[in-house]
Design a protein around this ligand. Structure first.
Ligand code: NAD
Ligand code: LMR
Length: 329
C-alpha cells in the first residue's frame, strides 16, 4: 500500500454534487483502495456556506474512512489549491428551471479566472483538473487560459455524464447490459448541442447502429433524450443532477488515472486541432487513457452531412461562449 497521501481539492464542497461525491472519494472509489487522500475543501466565505461545509466534514469524520488522512476547510482558492494533485472544480451557480446554461457564463467566468490563477500559483505542477461546474467546457477553457504555467492538457471538462446517459439509453433499447457496449462517443459541448454518436459503437462485435436499425428512433428519441436529460432532471427534481454527476466525476478521474484498457470514454479536453476543432477549444472527444494520460481517438470519418452538421453546431456554441467571456479574461 502506498502510504503517501495525495491532496485532492474540491470546490463547492458543501453543494449537492459534492455531497454525493466526497464520501466516495474518501472510500477509495476514485483513486483506488490503497491510496490515502487529504481533502482540501473550498466553499464561499459566507457563514452559511462555511457552516454547511463544517457539517459535511463532521459527517466525513464520522465515517472513519481508513484512507482519509486529513481534511481542510477553505474559503480562499490560493490556500485550498496548495500542492493539490487533483482539483475537482464543482462549485459554481447551478442552472434553475427554464434557465439556459449560457446565462451563467459571466458569473462563472469570474470564478474560474480566479481559480485558474490560484492553481497556476500554488497547485502541484502536474495537477489534474476536472471542471464540473457549468458551463463546464468554457469554464475549463477559462481556468486553463488563466493558468499559463500548467500543462494545458491537464484541464478537462466533464462529459462523462452525457456518455453514461447515452450508454444507458442504448443498452435499454437493446435490452442488454451497459457493459457490453464499446466505442461510443459524445462530441462537443456539455449542453443540449452535444452530439452523442453511436456510428462506431459495437456490442459483442456487432454494430449497435445495425442492431437498433431505426434511424428515426436515433434522431427523434435518443439524441434529444440524452441532450436534454439535464433539463429533464431539473424539471423532475427541482434541482440539477447530483448522484449521477458524482458518479461521472468518479468515472472520469478513475479512468484518467488508472486507464481504460483500450475502452473509449468521453472527456472534454483542449483540442490540438483534432477533427478540425480549433486549438484549445475544450471539446468532448472519445479518448482512451493509459499511464495517467488520455489520448484522443483519431481517424474517425465524418463523411455524412448529419454528423458534420452536429459537430459544427456544438462547435459554434462553444466559440460563441468563448467570445462572450473573452473580455473578462
Ligand atoms: P449547489 O448549488 O448545490 O452547490 C454549489 C456549491 O458551490 C454551493 O455550496 C456554493 O456555495 C459553492 N460555490 C459557489 N461559488 C463558489 C466559489 N466561487 N468557490 C467555491 N464554492 C463555490 O450546486 P450543485 O448541484 O452541486 O452543482 C454544482 C455545479 O455542477 C453546477 O454548475 C451544475 O450545473 C454543475 N453540474 C455539472 C454537471 C456536468 O455533467 N458537467 C452535472 C451536474 C451538475
Ligand atoms: C446535467 O447535465 O445534469 C447538469 O449539467 C445540469 C444541467 O444544468 O443540465
Amino acid at each position: 500500500m502506498s502510504t503517501k497521501p495525495v491532496r485532492i481539492a474540491v470546490t463547492g464542497a458543501a453543494g449537492q454534487v459534492s455531497y454525493a461525491l466526497l464520501y466516495r472519494i474518501a472510500s477509495g472509489e476514485m483513486l483506488g483502495k490503497d491510496q490515502p487522500v487529504i481533502l482540501q475543501l473550498l466553499e464561499l466565505p459566507n457563514e452559511k456556506a462555511q457552516a454547511a461545509l463544517k457539517g459535511v466534514m463532521m459527517e466525513l469524520e464520522d465515517c472513519a474512512f481508513p484512507l482519509l488522512y486529513g481534511m481542510e476547510a477553505h474559503s480562499d482558492p490560493a490556500v485550498a489549491f496548495k500542492d493539490t494533485e487533483y482539483a475537482l472544480l464543482v462549485g459554481s451557480r447551478p442552472r434553475g428551471p427554464g434557465m439556459e446554461r449560457t446565462e451563467l457564463l459571466a458569473a462563472n467566468a469570474q470564478i474560474f479566472t480566479a481559480q485558474g490563477k490560484a492553481l497556476d500559483a500554488v497547485a502541484s505542477r502536474n495537477v489534474k483538473v476536472l471542471v464540473v461546474g457549468n458551463p463546464a467546457n468554457t469554464n475549463a477553457w477559462i481556468a486553463m487560459q488563466s493558468a499559463p504555467s500548467l500543462p494545458r492538457e491537464n484541464f478537462t471538462a466533464m462529459l462523462r455524464l452525457d456518455h453514461n446517459r447515452a450508454l444507458s439509453q442504448l443498452a435499454a433499447r437493446m435490452g442488454k447490459p451497459v457493459s457490453l457496449i464499446k466505442c461510443l462517443a459524445v462530441w462537443g459541448n456539455h449542453s443540449s448541442t452535444m452530439y452523442p454518436d453511436y456510428r462506431f459503437a459495437s456490442m459483442e462485435g456487432e454494430s449497435v447502429k445495425d442492431i437498433i436499425n431505426d434511424d428515426a428512433w436515433y434522431k427523434d428519441v435518443f439524441l434529444p433524450t440524452v441532450a436534454k436529460r439535464g433539463a429533464a432532471i431539473i424539471e423532475a427534481r427541482g434541482q440539477s443532477s447530483a448522484g449521477s454527476a458524482a458518479t461521472a466525476v468518479i468515472d472520469h478521474m478513475r479512468d484518467w488515472v488508472m486507464g481504460t484498457q483500450g475502452r473509449w470514454v468521453t472527456m472534454g479536453v483542449p483540442s490540438n486541432g483534432e477533427y478540425d476543432i480549433p486549438k484549445n477549444v475544450v471539446f468532448g472527444y472519445p479518448v482512451t487513457c493509459s499511464g495517467g494520460k488520455y489520448t484522443i481517438v483519431e481517424g474517425l470519418k465524418f463523411d455524412d452531412e448529419f454528423s458534420q452538421d452536429r459537430i459544427e453546431r456544438t462547435l459554434a456554441e462553444l466559440i460563441s461562449e468563448q467570445d462572450a467571456v473573452k473580455h473578462l479574461l
